[in-house]
Write a protein that binds this ligand. Structure first.
Ligand SMILES: CC(C)(COP(=O)(O)OP(=O)(O)OC[C@H]1O[C@@H](n2cnc3c(N)ncnc32)[C@H](O)[C@@H]1OP(=O)(O)O)[C@@H](O)C(=O)NCCC(=O)NCCS
Length: 187
């Protein structure tokens, strides 16, 4: 039994199947809405079009904590922005409160800051704003997200956080105070 916990990162198509299965199972139980109807047999953690990049801690084949960064294009007031977003952030219950996810969020910030996105965005429940703020994410008060072809508003209980990355971040944040963020789909 391996008990040392190591950091690893993987492009989506290199994520070992045994780790991917644990991420998927966690997501299916914790956020079942993403696994209904045509997505009932979904075998991807984030859609491959979003080019997920996985950061994780594992003890051998046992997943401890995971986060993936997706890259997509959104629009605000008809301006398009390339965004990167940490998603599928999770720690298995036995390992919570030990800083694993906090370290993954810090690693994600470093990667997003060094990347080509205009801005970083993420959504979370209001109770986790403090957790993400510690790693340098800023609440976008009152921001709304419109996702999907039918234009239905995204999970309304969640809040939006941003992180300035490129020179267009300031314009993005200013625009977001007046206009919704539009995404082709939820992630
Ligand atoms: C959120 C989560 C990833 C944190 O993982 P973790 O490895 O325990 O994180 P860390 O040890 O780095 O930080 C823990 C901090 O997160 C915050 N936190 C976690 N869950 C919280 C909750 N339900 N309510 C309020 N704060 C919470 C607290 O600030 C906590 O600090 P504390 O342990 O001193 O109270 C983990 O609780 C989890 O998997 N939750 C279920 C899935 C989820 O909600 N993911 C986030 C989606 S945006």
């Amino acid at each position: 039994m391996q008990t040392n916990i190591d950091f690893c990162e993987y492009a989506d198509d290199h994520l070992p199947e045994v780790l991917k299965a644990q991420v998927l199972s966690f997501l299916r139980i914790t956020w079942p809405d993403g696994f209904t109807g045509p997505n009932r047999f979904r075998d991807w953690t984030s859609h491959p079009d979003l080019r997920p990049h996985h950061l994780l801690y594992a003890a051998g084949s046992q997943l401890v904590s995971h986060l993936e960064i997706i890259t997509t294009t959104v629009s605000v007031d008809e301006e398009q922005y390339v965004v990167q977003s940490p998603t599928a952030v999770l720690t298995f219950p036995a390992f919570r409160g030990e800083g694993w996810a906090g370290r993954l969020v810090a690693a994600a910030v470093a990667r997003i800051d060094a990347g080509q996105a205009d801005v970083g965005v993420l959504t979370c429940g209001p109770h986790l704003v403090e957790f993400y703020s510690r790693a340098g994410w800023e609440l976008a008060p009152g921001a709304t997200i419109v996702a999907g072809e039918d234009g239905s508003t995204w999970v309304s209980d969640d809040v939006l956080l941003t992180r300035s990355v490129g020179p267009r971040s300031a314009a993005f944040k200013a625009s977001l105070r007046e206009h919704p963020l539009r995404a082709a789909d939820e992630w």
